[in-house]
Design a protein around this ligand. Structure first.
Ligand code: JFZ
Length: 415
């Protein structure tokens, strides 16, 4: 077949009815900012995968520890930028597959406090700065740890082993990993856990159910993403936009602004504001969120293109956010060519119209009578025309709305 019809969807083992209350802020939140920060930003190479894929030796990769200063890492400014973007939550990499923790873990010594010139906890000041601004604080955590001697995928291939063959060794790894999770839960109490790397082991091997239970015992309102072999609350399709509505009631598309998660100076393939906004509104139109990634440089400063993107997005949200935040998924496909959302009370439909649209917008099958049509950011009502309505039947006719160019947004108007 020539059509891509959707990404593989994980099995959801959690009953949506039991979590719907705690999911409210997430459902209303729509936009999160993902932060991939780690020693890989010193050389500007692939996070963890560069040594795994043997593009760089393990010792050379770890040499980046020496260059990781974080001396331009300014959590307050970063939180302010995230606030300005309109995002309601942020997810920070606490530890990637390389095993380098961004806090002073007492489990092992591979962390930025003990092993880098940064010598400081990078999580606490960021989480404080976010929360001071009413932004929810999320923790990305890699279940995989390719630096840990007890992890089966340890880089020195000789130490690879099967979990079944060495249960004690695997148990040691799980104790280590759970110790780190306990630390994160106690010290930072994340509002959201964003697991990654579950694919290397089964739910049974990870003891995924026990991890879920444990984290919820620390904070019953914590939200857990789906990359815990289905023991999460919501699904996380990556980069690939779902063509149809996902199985999970809640989901979040995670996406890079250029082509990489972490900072890579040669990667200048930045998406345009229009592209980001159209992906964002498309996701929201299907009932999902967008988790948009930034990659700070090794010193902690944010690449200017990403700063600009967050500001553009913020300006757009400021004007058009009514159609996005606190809404629900829009009309099923077929009523309108583009993205749409609905107000929670279903009295308002928001249509997303790309800039420089010259033909009138067409909406089919609207049964309600129309009170008023406006463009967000302007009070002037738009004229419209209904054709083909049959007065003595239920046939609602076709609604045409011409949108004067003078009233159009430079990226995406909301009608
Ligand atoms: C993972 C990481 O390996 C990667 O480095 C990055 O942190 C990203 C956010 O997550 O990569 C994935 C995870 C899931 C899929 C693909 C890449 N997936 O479901 O297709």
């Amino acid at each position: 077949t020539m059509l891509y019809t959707g990404y593989a969807q994980a099995q959801h083992r959690v009953n949506p009815d039991e979590i719907k209350e705690k999911m409210q802020w997430f459902a209303n939140g729509k936009l999160g900012i993902f932060i991939h920060y780690g020693i890989y930003s010193v050389k500007g190479i692939d996070e963890s995968w560069s040594f795994h894929n043997k593009k760089i030796s393990y010792p050379d990769y770890m040499n980046q520890l020496k260059g990781f200063t974080a001396n331009q890492y300014k959590p307050d400014e970063l939180a302010e930028l995230i606030k300005e973007s309109g995002a309601r939550y942020a997810v920070m990499t606490t530890k990637h597959h390389d095993g380098v923790a961004l806090w002073n873990s007492k489990y092992g010594s591979l962390n930025v406090v003990k092993k880098t010139p940064a010598k400081k906890d990078l999580l606490k000041p960021l989480y404080d700065a976010l929360r001071a601004r009413g932004i929810k604080a999320g923790a990305y955590f890699s279940l995989i740890d390719w630096s840990h001697a007890d992890y089966p995928g340890f880089l020195k291939d000789s130490s690879r082993y099967k979990v079944d063959a060495q249960p004690a060794k695997w148990a040691k790894y799980l104790t280590f990993m759970n110790g780190q999770l306990d630390e994160l839960a106690k010290q930072y109490n994340p509002d959201l856990w964003w697991f990654d790397g579950d694919w290397e082991h089964s739910a049974d091997e990870w003891k995924a159910s026990a991890i879920r239970q444990k984290l919820l015992s620390y904070n019953p309102n914590a939200i857990i993403n789906g990359r815990l072999q289905g023991f999460g609350d919501y699904d996380t399709p990556e980069q690939n936009f779902p063509v149809s509505r996902p199985n999970y009631k809640w989901w979040e598309l995670c996406m890079t602004i250029n082509d990489n998660w972490g900072y890579q100076p040669q990667d200048t393939n930045f998406k345009t504001p229009y592209e980001i906004i159209s992906i964002f509104t498309d996701a929201v139109s299907y009932g999902g969120n967008l988790l948009l990634d930034i990659g700070p440089k090794g010193d902690g400063s944010i690449p200017s293109q990403e700063v600009n993107m967050l500001k553009e997005l913020g300006a757009w949200n400021k004007k058009n956010g009514e159609g996005v935040f606190n809404t629900v998924a829009g009309m099923p496909q077929g009523h309108y060519y583009g993205a749409s959302t609905l107000s929670k009370d279903s009295t308002t439909v928001y249509l997303f119209v790309p800039a420089k649209t010259s033909a009138p917008v067409l909406v089919k099958g609207l049964k309600n009578s129309i009170k008023k049509i406006t463009v967000l950011g302007s009070e002037t009502p738009l004229n419209y025309k209904i054709v083909g309505k049959i007065s003595w039947s239920a046939v609602p006719g076709l609604l045409y709305i011409p949108i004067p160019e003078s009233q159009q947004d430079k990226y995406m108007s909301v009608i």
